[in-house]
Design a binder for this molecule. Structure first.
Ligand SMILES: NC(=O)c1ccc[n+]([C@@H]2O[C@H](COP(=O)([O-])OP(=O)(O)OC[C@H]3O[C@@H](n4cnc5c(N)ncnc54)[C@H](OP(=O)(O)O)[C@@H]3O)[C@@H](O)[C@H]2O)c1
Length: 232
């Protein structure tokens, strides 16, 4: 029997990451990461607890856990974990800004570097989860900056790795997950237009297969689905 390829997903304890894990579970051996272990893991999945607000330590913890599990190759590394604060630029203090940049950007740089040898061994691909906010968005300046930083990271690694490891960045549009409430944003009735986490995970899984270097998943795609009768 052929062994399943291994996919590591960060931020897999909630929202988009958890929904994506459910989608990839049939075709991958999964290693899921977050701060709190999900009550029920998908079949063949294991869990590594790592707090990305300490990026260097988290990269070491994840690297060590893979080594202890005998995993030497990765087919996919999906750096999906993310956080942010909904606040005007002058309302964020240095600690909050640093926290957002550490979790969303610094940890992604360090995880990518640390796990690159496993991706290369597995002819694998790095998938960065950005946001439509990477273009800039009011009341989320450090979040937007962190996601714009991921775009630069994707371009740099694509150049540096020169085809030895695939690099893809996917920028989701608004999605109904706990992230908005955690960030202090109340979308009100607007969230009826948002993607569900499952619908967004479907789009992301499809894009990972399609292999385009950079894609933004616009709300227009969601509206097309609603019009065509697929309500999720
Ligand atoms: N929801 C949207 O509208 C939207 C739109 C565009 C892009 N995105 C992006 O999509 C990704 C997933 O977001 P989501 O909407 O699914 O949010 P979510 O439901 O809040 O999930 C966020 C995930 O990130 C993890 N995480 C947060 N802080 C962490 C830390 N310090 N250390 C380790 N893990 C941490 C969480 O793990 P724990 O809970 O276990 O700590 C959780 O699994 C993020 O990168 C986000 O920026 C979301």
């Amino acid at each position: 029997m052929t062994a399943l390829p291994t996919a590591l997903i960060t931020g897999a304890t909630s929202g988009i990451g958890l929904a994506l894990a459910r989608r990839l579970a049939a075709t991958h051996r999964l290693v899921l990461s977050g701060r709190r272990e999900p009550q029920k893991l998908p079949d063949k999945a294991s869990y590594v607890g790592a707090d990305l607000s300490e990026p260097g330590k988290a990269a070491d913890v994840v690297h060590m856990a893979l080594r202890e599990a005998g995993i030497t190759k990765l087919s996919k590394l999906v750096l999906n974990a993310g956080t942010g604060t909904y606040a005007a630029a002058d309302a964020e203090d240095a600690g909050t800004i640093r926290h957002t940049l550490d979790v969303n950007l610094v940890a992604s740089v360090l995880m990518a570097h640390r796990l690159a040898p496993l991706l290369e061994a597995g002819s694998g691909k790095l998938v960065l989860i950005g946001s439509v906010a990477h273009r800039g968005s009011g009341n989320m300046p450090s979040y937007a900056a962190s996601k714009a930083g991921l775009s630069g990271l994707a371009r740099s690694l694509r150049s540096e790795w020169n085809g030895r490891i695939g690099v893809q960045i996917i920028h989701p549009g608004p999605t109904r997950t706990p992230m908005h409430e955690n960030a202090g944003y109340q979308p009100g009735g607007l969230d009826r237009l948002f993607f569900s986490a499952d619908a967004m995970a479907d789009e992301i899984a499809r894009l990972i297969e399609a292999d385009r270097p950079a894609t933004t998943i616009m709300i227009a795609a969601r509206l097309r689905r609603l019009v065509s009768g697929k309500r999720s």
